[in-house]
Design a binder for this molecule. Structure first.
Ligand code: PHE
Length: 344
């Protein structure tokens, strides 16, 4: 048995000498040292030996196995280093190759303008209402009734508003003002919120009008809120949004849900008030609608107008974005032309 072991040892050693690669080494290990390998079949015969022989032959077998392991490991290491060096030699990086172009995503200008306006109002103490208080699929109740819009008001016409089949009195909201009602139904004053979102109108599409666009609604209700507060907040907004104190003009106007109401103009960005095509020669650009929350609206949601007063405003995101970046066609925002979108 001893010679048998020594013979196997010799032939394994010879095989290791001859090995050329890591895979040769792995094969040799399988052939001699694995469970089905040659050593194991001999070790199985150990149990038939006398105690004395078991001890000496067993020790020898262990010694030989250890020696072989050692040799295999050494060889393996040599081949590993060799293969690694070859790889490092051959796989050298070619720094003269031109780089791969990785297209970069951009934030859509409507999103970035919205974010900018929202953050200005947040700095002025307004918080953004939660989305469930500002749904795009509305009912006439929130979009019109509770906002004091009379039943024969032209805005209710199918010419102007998208009505929904299958939802009783369902409409795609034509303004974000319905959010005012949701908030006041759910929250007691003081209320100081903004609601950004998409609105829909049944318009003929042209360079200034699209059948959906984005608005940001604002509402501030508390004790003692005045028109002076409204002017202060909106003037500050315009200063922060356009980057410098621009002349503004509050024009008397009408909205069913505010009284008094105003439309706010800023001096034309293009001609500095001299009069040009953008401002149709007037020197002014209308940027938002606003006013003091109508008593009927406050009564409707159960807020006592003897104790509380408030102001509301609504502005068009596309319009503000177009003015700031001198964009002359609203459709550019929505036809996904990368040449346009990549500029932001
Ligand atoms: N909802 C109005 C519009 O869409 C704007 C507005 C909002 C006016 C709040 C007054 C107060 O034109």
């Amino acid at each position: 048995m001893k010679t048998q072991l020594e013979n196997i040892y010799e032939s394994a050693k010879a095989d290791i000498e001859k090995a050329q690669s890591i895979s040769d080494i792995d094969e040799i290990r399988l052939k001699y040292l694995s469970r089905k390998g040659e050593f194991n079949s001999i070790k199985k015969g150990l149990k038939d030996l006398s105690d004395e022989d078991k001890r000496t032959i067993g020790a020898l077998a262990n010694q030989i196995t250890q020696d072989l392991e050692c040799l295999l490991k050494e060889k393996h290491e040599t081949f590993y280093q060799k293969e690694l060096n070859e790889k490092l030699q051959n796989d050298r990086i070619d720094i003269t190759l031109s780089g791969k172009y990785i297209p970069e995503g951009k934030v859509h200008p409507i999103t970035s303008t919205t974010n900018e306006i929202v953050s200005i109002f947040q700095n002025l103490g307004f918080s953004v209402i939660s989305p469930e208080l500002s749904p795009e699929v509305e009912t006439e109740y929130y979009n019109f009734d509770m906002l004091n819009v009379p039943h024969d008001h032209p805005a209710r016409d199918v010419q102007d508003t998208f009505y929904l089949k299958g939802i009783p009195n369902g409409v795609l909201r034509s303004q974000t003002s319905g959010a005012q009602i949701h908030v006041m139904e759910n929250q007691k004053p003081p209320i100081k919120v903004i609601a950004p979102g998409r609105v829909y109108r049944n318009e003929n599409i042209n360079s200034r009008k699209n059948n959906f666009f984005h608005q940001i609604e604002g509402l501030y209700v508390d004790k003692g809120i005045t028109f002076g507060d409204l002017k202060g907040v909106l003037n500050e907004f315009i200063r922060l949004y356009f980057g410098s104190a621009r002349p503004t003009r509050f024009r008397s106007s009408f909205f069913p849900f505010t009284e008094p109401s105003a439309e706010v103009d800023v001096q034309c960005i293009m001609c500095q008030g001299k009069g040009c095509r953008t401002c149709s020669g007037t020197g002014w650009l209308e940027v938002l609608g606003a006013g003091m929350v109508d008593v009927n609206v406050l009564n409707g949601v159960g807020i006592d107008p003897e104790i509380y007063s408030g102001f509301a405003f609504g502005m068009g995101v596309e319009r503000l974005s177009m003015l700031k970046y001198a964009i002359d066609d609203i459709r550019l925002f929505f036809n996904n032309d990368k040449r346009f979108l990549e500029q932001f």
